[in-house]
Design a protein around this ligand. Structure first.
Ligand code: HEM
Length: 153
């Protein structure tokens, strides 16, 4: 399909956008919810030669700190709760009920942003200059934000 003839990339089109799906999966690197609602090991066990202590949060990815969407190319790893290294939406009885809503919103959203805009870093900025350090919080926001008197509307 030639996207130029379309006004907008829709949810139906995203079936064909395999790389966008891989990018979204690779956001595992900066995913929010499983870090805030984490699961940890209950007892001591061994993975190959590594000892895993109780109460450890385990991530098992090759080059886990690198952003490599291609790692999902031809891979059956999915976020539907069967692959325990990839619990973007959790797993089991308490798996996220909004999973499909989340994904079907994200896929065309990201595809349209990538398609309709030319993304560039600001003058002279390099990839490694982007600060990706995160503070992971879910919080209720103040209903009324009280501004100090010296800030004028
Ligand atoms: C990309 C978007 C989303 C991500 C990454 C996400 C992730 C998660 C995760 C990790 C959990 C915890 C699962 C567990 O405890 O094992 C969760 C729970 C939940 N999510 Fe989502 N979610 C997303 C979108 C949504 C949307 C769109 C809705 C509602 C419209 C939603 C509603 C819920 C609810 C109600 C729970 C609690 C389920 C329970 O404890 O039984 N989520 N989500």
């Amino acid at each position: 399909m030639h996207w130029k003839h379309k006004g907008k990339i829709s949810e139906q089109d995203t079936d064909e956008l395999q790389y966008v799906k891989m990018i979204i999966k690779e956001t595992r690197l900066h995913t929010l919810a499983p870090m805030i609602i984490p699961r940890e090991t209950m007892s001591h066990f061994k993975i190959q030669d590594s000892d895993i202590d109780p109460k450890t949060l385990v991530f098992s990815w090759k080059d886990s700190e690198k952003f490599i969407p291609e790692r999902f190319d031809g891979s059956s790893i999915d976020y539907k709760g069967q692959n325990f290294e990839f619990l973007l939406f959790g797993a089991g009885r308490r798996i996220c009920p909004g999973m499909y809503m989340g994904i079907t919103t994200l896929q065309p959203g990201l595809a349209n942003l990538l398609y309709w805009f030319d993304w560039k870093l600001l003058n002279g900025m390099k990839e490694e200059d982007i600060d990706m350090e995160e503070n992971k919080v879910i919080r209720a926001k103040e209903k009324v934000v009280h501004k100090p008197n010296y800030i004028k509307e």
